[in-house]
Design a protein around this ligand. Sequence first.
Ligand SMILES: Nc1ncnc2c1ncn2[C@@H]1O[C@H](COP(=O)(O)OP(=O)(O)OP(=O)(O)O)[C@@H](O)[C@H]1O
Length: 632
Amino acid sequence: MTLSTRTTEDFIGASRRIRQALWSGERLPEGALRAEIDASWRRSLGHGLSCWDEQAPASDSAADAERLLGSNRLLLDAATPQLDYLARQLGETGLIILGDSEARVLAIEGQTALLPGLGLHDLQVGSCWSEALRGTNALGTTLVEARPTLIDCGEHYLDRLSPFSCTSVPIRCPQGGVLGVLDLTRVGLMPQPQDNLATLLLAASQIESRLFAALYPEQLVVAFHCRRQYLDSPWQGLLALSLEGEVLAANDQACALLELPREALLGRRCAELLGGQGSQTLVRRLLQGAPLSVQTARGEFCCRTLQVPAAASAGLWQGMRPTPARADCLEALAGDDPRLARALRMARQGLAGGLPVLLLGETGTGKEVVAQALHQASARADKPFVAVNCAAIPEGLIESELFGYREGAFTGSRKGGMVGRLQQANGGTLFLDEIGDMPLTLQARLLRVLQERKVLPLGGGAEQDIDVAIICATHRDLRVQVQEKGFREDLYYRINGISLRLPALREREDLTALIERLLDKLGAPGVRLDADLQELFGHYDWPGNIRQLEMVLRAALAMREADESVLGLDHLSDSLLDELTASTRQASSIRENELKLIRDTLERQQGNVSAAAEALGISRATLYRKLKQLRG
Ligand SMILES: Nc1ncnc2c1ncn2[C@@H]1O[C@H](COP(=O)(O)OP(=O)(O)OP(=O)(O)O)[C@@H](O)[C@H]1O
């Protein structure tokens, strides 16, 4: 019993026999279905779905559908021209469907009048076609597999979908990940499936190009390929460049054409990648808009400018654009770390484009500081920045804290009720710190708020519209939490628009500059560290990151005499020095070297402690203390 035969009736009949076998308690026979269909059926079984389900899951209300469209405006705007085109080309004999990243239908074009007659009452804007709800189907399965999928008639898990064939392709986000899905559905087996797939792929790539430009409205967006005919095709590379010529974003094809992973591309100067006499000159030529041919180490590339930023077209740019003042606070945070600077810039742009930002990093790496700086650098800077620490508020109170409540909502509720943090943040930025510690029940409520952008306070009353930029942070590995069912997968994808990992202090290359800034912040601008302390700091693990460094500097400054401008090991208390020297392998090698130096010096001075201390340039007391520490 396999699905290898190619007449519609045989095909549907064979798949029905597999379903009947499944229904009578048999296992899914190995090899009866194509490998990807087999895997999808097994997932559908795992979701507890019956393949005979006739009952469609309840669809969203018209108001819900309206909100869904509102929250996917960017994708819809980018897709509309392609939907019109495909409906004319392919929709004469079928349906063209656009879905969001959760397989909810955003648009249906083509033979929509035939939908009721086809028995597809539940195919409408707002309905969800995820695999978890409807089993194997092109929309849902494409999102699970993150690749183009063809589901022919009986390959659908639900028997009632057997008359249809569907081809879907993912629409990818410029930063990676899938943003939506484009689908062609027909009655009967799919004729020329490869042709249809090529047409859908082309349309998806055009939507992706438009999204790319929409996400980087302030940047110069350039398409390139080594063959001119491939410009405007799914294979064209796309780069978003700052007016200074720095690469800020690249699509997958750009990475493939330039033979570099995305991380290596971002932050590079365009002339290093696309040749030319310097990035400024290249930018100037690209701004003129005419097609260009550039000579690179990988051969000749043809370039076409897709978008000129408003600042340049308004004539504001004369070679070097001054950095917008609001971005200063962000740049200051990145210091001399180019990777961090690039990541912060991407987060700023993502936030400006309506994407939520997820900040990852160990405790004390500066997640809250970055969240505040992102808010300051955004157009919402003069609106509230509201931080909620999901780990610090008792579980029973988080709900009312976040959503607020009406007077009398529960025993002991405040007179007059309470405005929730979400409402307080309206117009501004909501920072959900330690989101990984949010209880599962609340995660479901938060997800609903993020999707619908409406809040219903505890105790009822009217729903309130909420317009907030969302920044979340956690020190936990959310993917592991998702696998362990401690964090909702749908919420994870919802908050993970742009994720930014803040480096641990031990990974940062700008420790010296950061120390300088911290000393400055602590009111000791001219103070510096001596070589020993610098070496110790450089080898220490810093489990508490910047917070711990700040505390150590604070403590050392407190030990300093008023006229001392150099901090050394002597300025650390014994317990602090113990802690800093005990924790790492490298530190223990410093400790060994120091011990050896002291021993050698004592030996040379025939055990005379005062002479050894003098030769080492430290006091007798310090030498005793060090010996005690180093031996102990
Ligand atoms: N780039 C920076 N320059 C100077 N100080 C900083 C910087 N980043 C963080 N700090 C300081 O480090 C401390 C910790 O920062 P922050 O609270 O933002 O870290 P966090 O990652 O949110 O920590 P937690 O995980 O505990 O919530 C704060 O005192 C902050 O002022």
